[in-house]
Design a protein around this ligand. Structure first.
Ligand SMILES: Cc1cc2nc3c(=O)[nH]c(=O)nc-3n(C[C@H](O)[C@H](O)[C@H](O)COP(=O)(O)O)c2cc1C
Length: 406
């Protein structure tokens, strides 16, 4: 993850059992280079000692508004000003209620009212509390004011019940905070469809043909677009990668599935990035029963061409939409990419020569060239995450060119 050096997080900790997980959040953000100032409620000190947070953050922890530490040089309001992001994790029902209603009766509620920074809350509470109309009303009020929410997750809660209300995992909270600190929301309100991963073409009920696509490039794009505020739909073939949080996820199996999902969804997208690897051919016939090996000298398989999805969708492109495709090539890359660009009515094609070291299907890096009708930009070896951000920069600039003409 990129460094958070120079970024200040003010973190509130309130009195929920999940407070122990917040130690992991502090440690993770600190390792990334952020400076973290912690404010605990008095009740939170029943769960975790301020000393633990102080040790991990290497900063004094504030609890009592009227007893600032002797070595504190500035007034408490300075914390509100200092924050690049104000995080409260865990956020109790009590804290959420006070914040929604402008109550400032301790250090945390006072400071959060005084901050102009983005505020993100990671609620944690019992399911019945979470579902209570009072809590839900307070949350809608805060959402309307632009307060961000991380989770809660669902699962087994400390009280023994199963349901919504568990604090989101420290890893997800760290990722959310990092994304908010690192990226502007330059894709806010833009709808992006990303396709990723391999298609599987059935031979019989137990076998299929597929390709080496891991989904890593597409998932990196979906993740980066989400971090930059886009409304993301990820349409994915089988992949072992975790589905990024906060996006719409539509799984596909075969190339025909992908085509039908695209036909149903393409019109809602401002930008479509097709990084999936559909099949060019599919078995002409699928055996309804398992094909037996016994008694066979050979197993001929006749393949028929599939529908070219990028071309089909390209024909339907509406004015203002941006279509981007990928070309994984082994030879004559630039020539093939240019003809695909034209044939499929794309605005940009990302060429990767999969024979190059560091490029292609399974790795974490890629070497790509962005080709448009009138330009070609060769990028050096980069992580797939870096490629994703560069590609989104280009996609946004094409989108603005089409939609914000003076
Ligand atoms: C063992 C125990 C666990 C609790 N866990 C939670 C919780 O997860 N979420 C919550 O909203 N309240 C929880 N509470 C209730 C809060 O601690 C209580 O509402 C308190 O007033 C909140 O104080 P604060 O918001 O100032 O930190 C718990 C209480 C106890 C005794």
């Amino acid at each position: 993850m990129p460094s958070l050096s120079g970024k200040n997080v003010v973190m509130g900790v309130t009195a929920g059992v999940a407070a122990y997980k917040s130690l992991v959040v502090v440690s993770g953000l600190k390792k990334l280079g952020a400076e973290i100032d912690i404010i605990m409620t008095e009740n939170a000190c029943n769960f975790i000692s301020p000393l633990s947070f102080q040790t991990l953050s290497a900063r004094p922890v504030t609890v009592d508004m009227f007893k600032e530490p002797a070595f504190w040089e500035v007034e408490h309001i300075a914390l509100a000003r200092k924050a690049n992001l104000f995080l409260v994790a865990p956020a109790t029902a009590n804290f959420i209620g006070k914040y929604a209603n402008g109550i400032a009766d301790d250090m945390l509620t006072t400071t959060v009212l005084a901050t102009k920074a983005k505020v993100a809350l990671a609620p944690a509470m019992n399911t019945a509390m979470w579902e209570h109309v009072a809590v839900q009303e307070n949350i809608s009020k805060l959402k309307q004011r632009g307060v961000l929410f991380i989770g809660p997750a669902s699962g087994l809660l400390a009280c023994g019940e199963e349901g919504a209300g568990r604090m989101e995992s420290p890893e997800e909270i760290i990722k959310f905070v990092s994304d908010k600190l690192l990226y502007d929301e330059d894709l806010k309100n833009i709808n992006i469809i990303v396709t990723a991963g391999p298609a599987k073409e059935a031979i019989d009920p137990v076998r299929f043909i597929s390709n080496y696509s891991s989904g890593k490039m597409g998932y990196a794009i979906a993740d980066a677009a989400k971090a930059r505020g886009a409304n993301v739909t990820l349409i994915s073939g089988a992949s072992v990668l975790p589905v990024p949080k906060g996006i719409e996820f539509l799984p596909f199996n075969s190339t025909a599935d992908l085509l039908s999902i695209m036909q149903n969804n393409y019109s809602k997208a401002d930008i479509i990035i097709q990084a999936a690897a559909p099949a060019d051919f599919t078995p002409r016939e699928v055996s309804p029963i398992k094909i037996k090996k016994a008694g066979r000298e050979a197993m001929p398989l006749e393949l028929a061409p599939t529908v070219d999805i990028a071309k089909e969708i390209g024909k339907k492109k509406q004015s203002g939409q941006v279509f981007i495709g990928f070309a994984a090539e082994t030879n004559d890359g630039a020539k093939n990419a240019r003809s695909k660009l034209e044939d499929k009515n794309l605005d940009l094609i990302v060429l990767n020569d999969i024979t190059q070291e560091g490029a292609g299907f399974n790795g974490d890096t890629n070497i790509v060239c962005f080709i448009t009708a009138d330009s070609s930009e060769q990028l050096p070896l980069m992580t797939k995450k870096e490629v994703a951000h560069k590609l989104l920069d280009r996609a946004l600039s094409i989108y603005k060119g089409k939609n914000l003409k003076a």
